[in-house]
Design a protein around this ligand. Structure first.
Ligand code: GLU
Length: 282
C-alpha cells in the first residue's frame, strides 16, 4: 500500500525543533516508501494564527529541505466543509450547545484553570427549549460531542501505533470535546480528522503530546465512516533543563538556529540524537 504522510502545523509562532522532527519524520517516511508527503496549515483559530507565521513555516520547511506534494491545504479556506461535517453529527443527535465560560468550567471542576481537564458536563442535560431560547437570544455557545453516546455507536477504539502494534485507546477520557468553538466555527479535533480522511493520509506522524487526542479522533473517524490511519507519535524534544520546547522558546526556533549558522544537516543530526533515527518508526 502506498503511504501518505502529512505535516500539519498551526501558524501561531515560528517552527522549533519539535516541529522539525514531526515534519522530517513524515517527509522521510513518505520518501523512503515512494509515497506522498502533504503540508496542511491548521489556521482555524484566527485569534491566534497569523499569515506571517504561515509564510515563515513555508520558508523554514524549504530551508530544511522538505518538499511537499501539491499545494498546502489551508484550513481556514474550507470552513464550509467542516460545518457540513458538524451538521452530520448534529443530525445524528451527537452534539449539544455549551454556554459555559472558562471560569464557569474551572469553578465546576474546583480547579483554578481547568486547563487540560475534562468538561464536567454542565450543559449536557440542558432543557432543549431553554438552550434554543439562549441560542436565539444570541448567547455565545460552543458545540460539544456527546462522547458517551458516540462511543456507544462506534464501540471500543483500536488503532495501530508504530513500534507498538494495535493498541486500545480510552476515548471517554477526553470527555465531551468541543467541535465548534464560541470564537471559531470549528475545532482542531474535527478539522484534523476531516482533513486526514479527505487527503488520504495513511500515517500520522506527530509529537507524543497529541497521543491522548488519538482515541477521540478515531471515534470521529468511525462516526463519519472514514478510515483510521496508522499513527507514529514521536518523543517530544526538550530543552537543556528537560522542559518541553514551546513556540515561545526563541533559542530553539529554526529561524534562530539558521541565523546562528546551524545547517539543515545539523538540525537533522540534533533531532536524531534527541529522539533516535528519524527514518525508523520503531
Ligand atoms: N496543528 C497541530 C499542532 O500544530 C498538529 C495537529 C496534528 O498533527 O494532528 O499542534
Amino acid at each position: 500500500m502506498s503511504i501518505t504522510t502529512r505535516f500539519a502545523p498551526s501558524p501561531t509562532g515560528y517552527l522549533h525543533l519539535g516541529h522539525a522532527a514531526a515534519g522530517l519524520i513524515g517527509f522521510e517516511h513518505a520518501r523512503a516508501a515512494g509515497g506522498r508527503f502533504l503540508l496542511r496549515i491548521e489556521d482555524i483559530d484566527t485569534a491566534r494564527c497569523r499569515a506571517c507565521y504561515t509564510e515563515a513555516i513555508l520558508a523554514d520547511l524549504a530551508w530544511l529541505g522538505l518538499v511537499w506534494d501539491g499545494a498546502p491545504r489551508i484550513q481556514s479556506a474550507h470552513v464550509a466543509a467542516y460545518r457540513a461535517a458538524l451538521d452530520q453529527l448534529a443530525a445524528m443527535g451527537l452534539l449539544y450547545p455549551c454556554f459555559c465560560s472558562r471560569a464557569e468550567i474551572a469553578a465546576a471542576l474546583g480547579a483554578p484553570h481547568g486547563a487540560g481537564a475534562v468538561y464536567p458536563g454542565t450543559c449536557r442535560h440542558l432543557d432543549p427549549a431553554f438552550a434554543a431560547d439562549r441560542m436565539a437570544r444570541g448567547d455565545a455557545y460552543a458545540l460539544r460531542l456527546r462522547t458517551d453516546a458516540a462511543i456507544r455507536q462506534t464501540g471500543p477504539v483500536r488503532y495501530h501505533e508504530a513500534g507498538e502494534g494495535w493498541i486500545s485507546g480510552d476515548a471517554a477520557a477526553c470527555g465531551d470535546i468541543v467541535l465548534a468553538r464560541k470564537d471559531a466555527p470549528c475545532s482542531y479535533h474535527l478539522c484534523v480528522t476531516h482533513d486526514d480522511a479527505l487527503q488520504g493520509v495513511t500515517l500520522v506522524t506527530r509529537g507524543a503530546d497529541l497521543r491522548d487526542a488519538t482515541p477521540i479522533q478515531v471515534v470521529l473517524q468511525r462516526l463519519f465512516g472514514w478510515p483510521t490511519p496508522g499513527y507514529a507519535h514521536h518523543a517530544l524534544l526538550t530543552d537543556a533543563a528537560g522542559r518541553r520546547l514551546a513556540k515561545r522558546d526563541r533559542a530553539a526556533t529554526l529561524r534562530d538556529l539558521r541565523e546562528g549558522g546551524v545547517t539543515p544537516d545539523q538540525v537533522r543530526k540534533i533531532i536524531s540524537c534527541r529522539i533516535g533515527n528519524i527514518t525508523s518508526l520503531s
